[in-house]
Design a protein around this ligand. Sequence first.
Ligand code: ADP
Ligand code: MG
Length: 271
Amino acid sequence: MDVAGASAAAPRTGAIRLERISKRYRRGEAEVEALSDIDITIEQGHFVTLFGPSGCGKSTLLRIVAGLESQTAGVISLFGKTPAEASRRKHVSWVPQSPALLPWLSVLDNVTLSQRINRDADREPDPDRAPQDAREVLSEMGLAEFADARPTQLSGGMRQRAALARGFVLGAPLMLMDEPFSALDELTRDALGWHLLDVWERHRKTVLFVTHSAGEAVLLSDRVVVMTPRPGRVQDVIDITLPRPRPRDIAERHEFVELVLEVKKRLRGQR
Ligand code: ADP
Ligand code: MG
């Protein structure tokens, strides 16, 4: 067997594969090149973070993966499906920057909303998606007593925890999170990072997370993809080899601090 044939037949790893993704926007006469030749592979159950400055195309990339926008070039495979197909089957959940809860619904009704819409996707049993018990997930998020409350009765951090709960309740194998903590104060943000880690450890979904906080990226991730702007490119990929579950004092440990510095250095193009 010739070598080229063997390599073509070899299975490619990666539950999530983004290959040479580019995106150009038209702005009047001009074109904005938002993303250029992005290659990212994510193994099932891994937590991968896009880290980069504002404007480097992180949200654009997430919208493309979610099937909300199309790329100008490149191929995406989400567990062997296109983004459109994965989204139709509710295989992708989205945790936005602001919690986007409907004020007239209870917290419980909010977190089960995406299950109750597009029921076509639920006609046949789907071995790749397992909706979770909403009250249980709310309890994991520390919101057991607030299931019947309205979103206005919750603090900002609690609302964002409800938005995370909604993401997990859907049971989608891929979760996309676009700076879910960026609107919160630092203490609330730290607490939420730990909440997310605890719940993620129990569910082990594949996550593509976005942040421009190096500390958050290192705390949460198995791998950090460092991006640079205009056009957004992958500058570097850093494996985070810290133990899981993360020890509670991890942020004070030497190896954590080193990794945070490393991520920041790579962003500046240093090695
Ligand atoms: P990030 O999330 O990293 O801050 P974005 O993905 O929001 O970056 O934006 C990346 C680039 O693409 C920016 O230059 C932004 O102005 C541009 N952009 C994003 N969305 C659009 C759009 N709908 N039309 C034109 N340009 C856009
Ligand atoms: Mg963004």
